[in-house]
Design a protein around this ligand. Sequence first.
Ligand code: SAM
Length: 187
Amino acid sequence: MGVGGADWLERSERESEENPTRAIQLLGLKAGMTVADIGAGSGYYALRMAELVGPSGKIYANDIQPEMLAILKKRMRATKAVNVEPVLGTESDPKLPAGCCDVLLMVDVYHELSHPREMLGKLREAMKDGGRLILLEYRKEDPYVPIRPEHKMSVKEAKMEVEAEGFVLDKTIEELPWQHILIFRKS
Ligand SMILES: C[S@@+](CC[C@H](N)C(=O)[O-])C[C@H]1O[C@@H](n2cnc3c(N)ncnc32)[C@H](O)[C@@H]1O
């Protein structure tokens, strides 16, 4: 998604359509945690998670589009978020410190990756022991989810691709209206 999609990410109906408030509750975040929002876009999730991890925690808000990070930085100033660090990555490297993160989150991002294997390798390095890689993807199995098929993933597809790179699918949560929550750990 290009920067022209930022308005869609920030649309007011997103709450009723996707229930991101519930999604964030289900991530199991705690004060003091370090979380990387990979493909953070305009920061819709990053800024909400920043409140949960609090001043002793940190959010790395990563994206490959400087224009998305510019929108995020403007919103950080408006919300006075001090525990969010924008990180410009590349298509194959999120540019995160090794072992930095309790949680690595990708909301509607994994299916967009041009170099998924390289990215998964780097994300594994950035994950603390005991950490979690969490994907939210629109349910391909459900024809009533009103998203184009190329932007959806099935559990089977995600499990096959991610597990091949040194992860194991630990838990699948099917509580959201449109998206799977897929929680991976290091294998
Ligand atoms: C559909 S948007 C989702 C944005 C945000 N996660 C949200 O849900 O509001 C996908 C984002 O992934 C980013 N992206 C694509 N490939 C990426 C990569 N290899 N590393 C980091 N971000 C990437 C895009 O630039 C875009 O901002």
